[in-house]
Ligand binder design. Structure first.
Ligand SMILES: Cc1ncc(COP(=O)(O)O)c(C=O)c1O
Length: 372
């Protein structure tokens, strides 16, 4: 046995991965099968059906799981809808909006960025004005911006894009399974997520859905690996494209079954309840969240680092003394926030109590008074 394997259980409360559900761990112990085994095909059909339901995708959609992490979902959406000269308007309200803009550019789009202050949600009027000033073929945006802890109002933004004739690409990496998401009702055309956040599985697959308008307007894909036509041929016609991991397929299928057993609405409510409890107890020890109320994610909390506190030392203390992982700030928020994920199996009252106690201990170590 490799002596590099971790022998202590990390409590994953960072921006992802979150904890893997024990049932999912057990599912991954099932024997390996091939990517073309009839049992694998039955699993892929099950995953397609479950994803279509969980995304609330309209009739005529195609849902699948792409081999790769969340970024592969992003690349699949972009690579099949963007070509040389596509006019893409990208809402950039954080690190992942910026990644989306870079991705569109790499596939040849003429990118216009709608920059939003980090820590705030996109104002629907700003999107309306940007589209009025200059039309776009695609509007790409992040639902749950993991770098800032902000929820963009896709329920309002996507219909605006549609009114202006644009297709929408929505990143639901940190919202799928944790926040309400309704691809059909909101008129989202392509949406992608990951397995390692609100679904409670390890990273390695990216749930993706293309609605009927996106399927009609797809472009010739420059990527072989992410070519939707080739992926459709594998998922629907059982034609070899790549050797998909059966272990990860077991994990995703079990994770989606757990989501459906809990019920989406109940799961969203759990994420909301645990976020509210965490925010309230943070305030009680004098800590605050970066985004204003009403724009906050339930799944990812951007906690302001108090003046005079060494943020990296706090994270190290949590990891060394309590085996708890939380995340650091990215880009301009480096050193200014901690990112606390309460997602999937990591969104529980027990872990919130544990984290708050550990946080108080870490702050006290630096002589920071936490009470009153
Ligand atoms: C909003 C968002 N989009 C995309 C990604 C990229 O996902 P991955 O790291 O799984 O490739 C992340 C990762 O945290 C994310 O939070």
């Amino acid at each position: 046995m490799s002596n590099l394997l971790p022998d202590n259980e990390r409590i994953l409360l960072g921006p992802g991965p979150s904890l893997t559900s024990p049932r999912v761990m057990r599912a991954m112990a099932a024997p390996t099968i091939s990517h073309l085994d009839p049992q694998m095909m039955a699993l892929l059909d099950d995953i397609r059906a479950r994803l279509t339901r969980l995304f609330h995708a309209p009739d005529g959609s195609f849902a699948l799981a792409v081999s790769g992490t969340g970024t592969s979902g992003m690349e699949t959406a972009v690579a099949n809808l963007v070509r040389e000269g596509t006019r893409a308007l990208v809402v950039v309200s954080g690190y992942f909006g910026d990644r989306l803009a870079q991705m569109c550019e790499r596939y040849g789009a003429t990118v216009r960025r709608l920059d939003v202050e980090w820590g705030r949600a996109c104002d629907p009027d700003a999107l309306r004005a940007a589209l009025k000033a200059s039309p776009a073929d695609i509007v790409a945006m992040v639902h749950a911006e993991t770098s800032t802890g902000v929820l963009n109002p896709i329920d309002t933004l996507a219909p605006i894009a549609r009114e202006h004739g644009a297709l929408t690409i929505v990143d639901a990496v940190t919202s799928f399974g944790g926040h309400p998401l309704d691809v059909a009702a909101w008129g989202v055309d392509a949406c992608y997520s990951c397995t390692q956040k609100c679904l409670g599985a390890p990273s390695g697959l990216a749930p993706v859905v293309f609605g009927p308008r996106a399927l009609e307007r797809r472009v010739k894909c420059r990527s072989f690996y992410f070519d939707l036509q080739l992926l459709e041929d594998y998922w629907l016609k059982r034609k070899y494209h790549h050797t998909m991991s059966s272990t990860l397929v077991y994990a995703l299928d079990e994770a989606l079954a757990i989501v459906e057993e809990e019920g989406l609405e109940a799961r969203w409510a759990r994420h909301e309840r645990n976020h509210d409890a965490f925010a309230e107890r943070l305030a009680a020890i004098g800590l605050s969240l970066l985004p204003p109320k009403g724009e906050r994610l339930w799944t990812l909390n951007a906690v302001r680092v108090p003046d005079g506190v060494d943020e990296a030392a706090v994270r190290k203390h949590l990891l060394d003394e309590f085996s708890i992982e939380i995340g650091a700030g990215l880009g301009p928020l480096a050193g200014k926030i901690w990112r606390v994920g309460l997602m999937g199996a990591s969104s529980t009252p027990r872990l919130i109590v544990l984290l708050l106690g550990a946080l108080e201990s870490a702050l006290a170590r630096q002589g920071h008074r936490v009470h009153g």
